[in-house]
Design a protein around this ligand. Sequence first.
Ligand SMILES: CC(C)(COP(=O)(O)OP(=O)(O)OC[C@H]1O[C@@H](n2cnc3c(N)ncnc32)[C@H](O)[C@@H]1OP(=O)(O)O)[C@@H](O)C(=O)NCCC(=O)NCCS
Length: 194
Amino acid sequence: MVEIVHSLDESQRVHAGQIYYEAFRRKLQPLVGRPDATMQVLSAGLNLDMAIGIRMDGELLGLAGLHSREGIFSRVALSDSVKHLGFLGGLYAWAVLNLFGAGANCPHNELRIAALAVNASARGRGLGSHLLDAVIEKAHFDGFRAVRLEVVDTNTGARQLYERFGFSVVATYSYPIPKSWLGFSRDHVMIKRF
Ligand SMILES: CC(C)(COP(=O)(O)OP(=O)(O)OC[C@H]1O[C@@H](n2cnc3c(N)ncnc32)[C@H](O)[C@@H]1OP(=O)(O)O)[C@@H](O)C(=O)NCCC(=O)NCCS
C-alpha cells in the first residue's frame, strides 16, 4: 500500500538522510567525500516538518524536501559538521552543504521543492509522481501561488517529469565548473503557477 505522510517523525530521520544523500550522491561525494559522515551530518540537519514522505508497506521510500516562508528542509549546524568531520573538514562541509541545501531563494508566496528523492530501487513506479501531486496539493491548500524547483541540465529524466506536471523553465544559471566534476554545469529554475 502506498501512503503519503505529511512531515516525518524522528524515527525516520536517519533513513530520510540516507535517501536524501543517495539521491544526490553524484554531486555531494565529489564536494565533501566521506559518505557515511556526510550522511550523518545531513540527517541531523533535516527539518522533518518540511518534508513529505512516501511509504510503501510501511517503508519510507522517498521524500520531497520543502522550502518556504515556513522553513527549510536542510540546514546543517556547524557543531554537527565539526563533530562528524573534524574542525577544518567540518567547517568546509558546513559551508558547502548549507549552500547545497539552501539553493536558490524562495519568494514569500511560493513553495519550493528543495529536494525530490526516491530510493533507486523504487524508481519508475510512480512514487515521484505521487510526491509531486502531494506537494502541489499542499501548495494549493496553504495558499501559495506557485511551486518552484531547480533541476540540473543533465537530469533530463527529472525535467521531463516536471514538464508533465506543468512546470516550465523560467531561468537558467551557468556555473564555471567542468561538467565532469559534479555532473552538471547549468541548472534550470522551473515554476508551476496556479
Ligand atoms: C526524479 C525522481 C524523484 C523520480 O522518481 P520516480 O519515482 O522514479 O518517478 P515516477 O516513477 O513517478 O516517474 C518516472 C519518470 O521520472 C523521470 N525520471 C526522472 N529521473 C529519471 C531517471 N534517472 N531515470 C529514468 N527516468 C527518470 C522520467 O520522466 C520517468 O518517466 P517514465 O517512467 O515515463 O520514463 C527519482 O528519479 C530520483 O530520486 N532521482 C534522483 C534524484 C533527482 O534527480 N531528483 C530530482 C532533482 S531536481
